[in-house]
Design a protein around this ligand. Structure first.
Ligand code: ADP
Ligand code: AMP
Length: 216
């Protein structure tokens, strides 16, 4: 049975950073809905054109578009053994759709680490984030600096600051998270999948806590 891990938590808490590390350790695919939208916007696809205004405003992209994008992604061969889901699901309707997709793909959500940190930490992290143009690798101007300023250590591409990482948009995204995504905490707690992880620690410590959550 394929293994799916859903990383739940507010914007800026460290989901993408941890997903990169966990994908490396577990050899599962890293599926980031935000990266997929940004890739579509960069390539000016139909989906990218439809999604752009939502990302710019810090709103969620409608469920139907998001669900069909993820369905296509999970159908690719690298997800056969499972995936680390980073940023999906973000609404109860997306979580229900995921259950149905996984039943079809003979997989299941094994565990949902819920990574938390105070809002002040989220704003400092997101507003100092630098993202790699080619593949979305993640850095921070203070907490996780690249070896050479402005250049990705892994693929040498340019680093940029996301438009939606401006303080006003980050604050809006946190509000959207509280209104639309927080119900998933109860959703997965009721299904006995939720494990809380303190995200207000150094990256290495968060990884250790996540790995022990995955063993449970
Ligand atoms: P999310 O995917 O949840 O939005 P990211 O993984 O992109 O969050 O992290 C947001 C920012 O915080 C990035 O700049 C990242 O380098 C930084 N970061 C991630 N985890 C930590 C941590 N434990 N301590 C300090 N900074 C972190
Ligand atoms: P992220 O990279 O996870 O910070 O997501 C960036 C933006 O992409 C969000 O603010 C939303 O506009 C959009 N997005 C990412 N994942 C989803 C999702 N599961 N549902 C709806 N919108 C999403």
């Amino acid at each position: 049975m394929a293994t799916f891990i859903v990383l739940l938590g507010p914007p800026g808490v460290g989901k993408g950073t941890q997903a990169e590390i966990l994908a490396d350790t577990t050899k599962l695919a890293h599926v980031s809905s935000g990266d997929l939208f940004r890739e579509n916007i960069k390539n000016q696809t139909e989906l990218g054109k439809l999604a752009k205004s939502y990302l710019d405003k810090g709103d969620l992209v409608p469920d139907d578009l998001t669900i069909s994008m993820i369905r296509d992604r999970l159908n690719r061969p690298d997800c056969e053994a499972g995936a680390i889901l980073d940023g999906f699901p973000r609404t109860p309707a997306q979580a229900d759709a995921l259950e149905m997709m996984l039943a079809e793909f003979k997989g299941q959500v094994d565990v949902v680490p819920y990574i938390t940190a105070a809002e002040s930490i989220l704003v400092v992290r997101a507003s100092g984030r630098w993202t790699c143009r080619a593949q979305g690798h993640i850095y921070h101007q203070k907490f996780n600096q690249p070896k050479q300023a402005g250049i990705c250590d892994i693929d040498g591409s340019e680093l940029y600051q996301r438009e939606d990482d401006k303080v006003e948009t980050v604050t809006k995204r946190i509000r959207v998270y509280l209104e639309q995504t927080m119900p998933l905490v109860e959703y997965y707690r009721q299904r006995d999948k939720l494990v809380e992880v303190n995200g207000a620690q150094a990256v290495e410590q968060v990884t250790k806590d996540l790995l022990s959550a995955l063993k449970k």
